[in-house]
Write a protein that binds this ligand. Sequence first.
Ligand code: ZN
Length: 278
Amino acid sequence: MQASEPPAPDMNEVVGRDDLLLLTLDTLRHDVAVELAAAGRLPNLTAHLPGGTWEKRHAPGNFTYASHQAMFAGFLPTPAAPGPHPRLFAGRFAGSETTAGRTFVFDTPDLVTALAGHGYRTVCVGGVGFFNKQGALGNVLPGLFQESHWAPEFSVASPTSFEAQVACAERIVAGLPAEQRLFLFLNASALHQPNWFHLPGATREAGDGPETHAAALEYIDRHIGRLFAAMRSRRRCFAIVCSDHGTAYGDDGYTGHRLGHESVWTVPYAHFFLEPSA
Ligand SMILES: [Zn+2]
């Protein structure tokens, strides 16, 4: 096991006992995330990251749809060092070399359905277009969940997307009976292009770049405490925070994602417990 890899909890104990949060910071680059954490620019996130920093991982897909389909099947980003690396969640699969004693193994095609079968209320708070519930494709990923939410103010075009998403999560948690376990998935759209409006003084004409990307991550950090507070308000919560893929800003001539470049494949990852507030 790589030194930077946090010890894996026994997911067979976690599932059924704790609430679960999967927060994907869509499009977040690993290098920007690590730089900001080291510079003290993410105080609310780094307070929870093991060792105060992000783990370096490889994305399971190079764009939102591919990566989330893989994650919902149990293939979270892989530690960026030679493996094998045991997984937290895995569909039962003869010959799987990454299923270990601490892995929560399920018989359904996807983790979301498996958690529903274990008594969880499964809720999706969407962000980028693949979660917008507009048209057939935009319903595939939200359709895995018992309950899904999306509104234009959650979208990539909204300068207040994360605040609106967190407010939605707060309403979901407040509406649940105390004994009801919750699996909340939230896809934060703020980092995805366009993100220039998160940097004071930036312009639409100058567009997005590493600095506006960083400003979008600082924006998320300013509001993430409210999400964590909601998720730990009823019981302990096991949280996974990661990116689904990065993006290129002219790196080696590449721009965007859905392409095979280091800036896209390398993502920040963390998992940790949020202890109950009461
Ligand atoms: Zn994405």
